[in-house]
Design a binder for this molecule. Structure first.
Ligand code: SF4
Length: 280
């Protein structure tokens, strides 16, 4: 697609992030976007490199801080498409606080997390979504604590769109990201994106054998109680849109943020400096 840059990814051959990114690029194109109106924000980690491999406006930011940057971009320019990308370490550990607040603000952007249940870039430490018995370099006997359930965290924070997909199920993954983009509000997709180098438990085969597609199960994402049930079911690995609030109103519409807000009012910096001087 037009969204592919001329940079060759340095991800390990077979990494799930290839499939995750391909689906994101196709979903952006299918929803009528082009590189000129799209801003991709990424954090730190193997996933964080995505802004280089995609052809669009992009910012490879600070660890765990991609969501506040994306929020700022969308507030300044509500007319452009903002997609935030990250990993499970970036988003659910150092970025967990930002995740909760981005979710509850319901800013109209998509957030795609490449969840491989391990820290890949730093070579195989336990991440927030690692299984409790997963032996890693930092947890030789496993983390001995339950993994973070990012979907439940989102639901508890008042999310208006919660979904999960699998990098290797290309078409479904693309469709699900498309729905997140089209959603009026914060579209959150947790993607099973296997790390073939450091995670020998949450593999392609594991997800292929265990994935349950909610669409085939007749799940109704607008039914909050049904959504709660699948989100809290830790025995299964679900794919699909789990929850969608059909009445969601994105932040900029609810609070009258228009394109004009990107203009700094006359004299604003001086006023701000006066305040700072007064404070100190
Ligand atoms: Fe992908 Fe893991 Fe390699 Fe990182 S270390 S590029 S997550 S396979």
């Amino acid at each position: 697609t037009d969204f592919k840059s001329d940079k060759q990814p340095t991800w390990c051959p077979g990494c799930g992030d290839f499939g995750t990114m391909n689906g994101m690029m196709k979903a952006l194109a299918e929803t009528g976007n082009d590189p000129d109106n799209t801003f991709v924000v990424a954090g730190i980690g193997c996933s964080g490199k995505i802004g280089t491999y995609m052809h669009s406006y992009a910012l490879h930011g600070v660890h765990g801080r991609a969501l506040p940057v994306g929020t700022g971009v969308k507030m300044a320019r509500p007319d452009i498409e903002v997609m935030v990308a990250g990993g499970d370490g970036d988003g659910y550990s150092i970025g967990a606080g930002h995740f909760v607040h981005a979710v509850r603000r319901n800013v109209d952007m998509s957030y795609v997390v490449m969840d491989n249940r391990i820290y890949g870039l730093t070579k195989g430490q336990a991440s927030p979504t690692s299984r409790s018995d997963f032996e890693t370099s930092t947890t030789p006997e496993g983390p001995k604590q339950p993994p973070v359930n990012p979907l439940a965290l989102a639901l508890a924070s008042g999310a208006s769109f919660i979904a999960q997909s699998f990098a290797s199920d290309a078409l479904r993954h693309q469709e699900i990201v498309q729905e997140a983009i089209e959603h009026d509000g914060f579209g959150f997709v947790n993607v099973f994106s296997p790390c073939v180098t450091f995670n020998d438990v949450d593999t392609y085969d594991y997800f292929r054998d265990n994935l349950v597609d909610l669409e085939e199960e007749g799940h109704d994402p607008t039914d909050y109680e049904a959504a709660k049930e699948v989100i809290l079911d830790s025995d299964k690995e679900y794919q699909g849109v789990m929850y969608q609030d059909e009445n969601s109103v994105p932040y900029h519409e609810k609070h009258g943020v228009t394109e004009d807000m990107s203009e700094i009012p006359e004299g604003a910096p001086d006023d701000a400096m006066d305040l700072v001087r007064e404070f100190y």
